[in-house]
Design a protein around this ligand. Sequence first.
Ligand code: F6R
Length: 250
Amino acid sequence: MKVIITDSVDEMAREAAGRIAAVIKEKPNPVLGLATGSTPIPVYNELIKLHKDEGLDFSTVITFNLDEYVGLAPDDKHSYHYFMKENFFRHININEKNTHVPDGTASDLEAECSRYENMIDDVGGIDMQLLGIGHNGHIGFNEPGSSLASLTRVKNLSEDTIEANKQYFKDLGWMPNKAITMGIGSIMKAEKVLLIAQGKNKADAIASALEGPVLSMVPASVLQQHRFATYVITREAALKLKLSYYDDTE
Ligand code: F6R
């Protein structure tokens, strides 16, 4: 596993964006797995910059987002559909038809989950999956206790996650308590995985994921069993790591 420790969030964003850009340049029809939340925003900004300044071409890129809240329509400001459009897609030359986010308003959610998983398989799988990490070690909305072999399905959000994300729902007056999420098994199918984290409030989760045992109570720890997993994290997020050689791994 590669662990790159950066001195700033900007550097984390540049490192991560550079790796994503490399995949885009190297494949004819690159398939990216994308994440939402606060951590990827600077990475998306950096990719937008690469598009505007250096002509990074997204016209053949296919994307699949990790998750979506159950009960939020795509045009709802709080949905991850909306988040992706606002923070990324509308600023680049991606074909909207090539962007995918699970449909949290599907009448048959179970069918929607299998449709989503199959769609990813049908395009040949994800070349690079971008991930954030929850304070509780979740990836996607695979909360502690999730099966390490799980595929796309509906999950109840943990109290921890509701606490962390309720700030985004202040004006709505309610917050969904379920989400459709790609499973841990779905994430593990990706060719490469890139996990980003910043801030000292992620330090415990990062230490358990990287240096603790692989266990379903820390979903990100399963990446220890992935062949091409890279962590790009700030020095603050790396604060609780015990091994000292990470700086030299790149
Ligand atoms: C979002 C997602 C979540 C977030 C995680 C960290 O699509 O899958 O796992 O990556 O909750 O969120 P932030 O970046 O807001 O700390």
